[in-house]
Design a protein around this ligand. Structure first.
Ligand SMILES: O=C(O)c1cccc(C(=O)CC[C@H]2O[C@@H](n3cnc4c(=O)[nH]cnc43)[C@H](O)[C@@H]2O)c1
Length: 217
């Protein structure tokens, strides 16, 4: 059973199931999955997962949504899995380490700004679905100029940006949930002109990949 999460229903028009409400969130109960619309941004993504997992067993969770591509990153309309997320608005511009406090400590492991998604599940899906695995960057802000986007890409070694991924990845680690993240490229990061966006292609890629994922044995 999958817990499927997307920031908005816009990314999930193809999901069919019985509507239900769970605290502040709306969702669907379908065949082989439960879906929740988390809301945009880091806090919403982490809260929705944590609230649901506190009351329900979660075997594996998939966060899926749109993303902006950095120069040299995935193509417009392309879907990729995210193997690691960078939380780039946590700490100083260069991150949290100079402050000396990790964002998360699990046993001997201390996490500052970089959070892995479940490696086994990610690699297995990448192979089964023929998807590349990328490094994602998360902020509660979107890049508003190509220059801003390029600076972030170079500073953190990321190929795409979104507003939820690192919060989801960190929450999965803290909760012991096997988490994977699927992103389809809707736009060049830092480009606000919607004429440069490929929303229909990106949504089509999300429908194709999630459909194949749910159909897999
Ligand atoms: O109005 C704008 O100029 C604008 C620019 C980038 C993104 C948005 C959104 O409304 C994003 C909302 C939603 O989609 C994800 N997303 C998609 N593209 C990006 C991006 O370039 N940078 C960050 N997030 C992006 C995001 O995860 C949100 O869920 C508006």
């Amino acid at each position: 059973m999958w817990l499927l999460l997307s920031p908005t229903r816009l990314e999930a028009p193809f999901l069919k199931g019985k509507p239900f409400a769970f605290l502040a969130w709306k969702g669907l109960k379908g065949e082989g999955f439960v879906y929740l619309e988390t809301g945009i941004g880091k806090v919403n993504a982490a809260m929705a997962l944590a609230a649901y997992a506190a009351k329900n067993p979660v075997e594996k969770a998939l966060l899926f949504g749109l993303a902006g591509a950095y120069p040299g990153g995935p193509a417009l309309g392309e879907a990729v899995l995210v193997g690691e997320e960078v939380e780039a608005d946590l700490g100083l511009k260069e991150g949290l380490a100079p402050l000396g406090f990790p964002a998360l400590a699990l046993g001997e492991r201390r996490y500052f700004n970089r959070f892995p998604l479940d490696p086994g599940l990610t690699q297995g899906l990448a192979q089964a679905l023929g998807l590349k695995v990328a490094v994602g960057l998360t902020r509660d802000l979107v890049s508003e100029t190509p220059e801003e986007a390029l600076d972030l890409a170079r500073r953190w070694g990321a190929s795409l940006e979104n507003m939820e991924g690192a919060a989801f990845a960190r929450a999965c680690l803290a909760l012991g949930v096997r988490g994977v993240e699927l992103r389809a490229i809707s736009n060049p990061a830092g480009v606000r002109d919607k004429g440069a966006w490929r929303l229909r292609e990106a949504l089509g890629a999300l429908e194709d990949i999630t459909g194949r994922l749910l159909a897999a044995p």
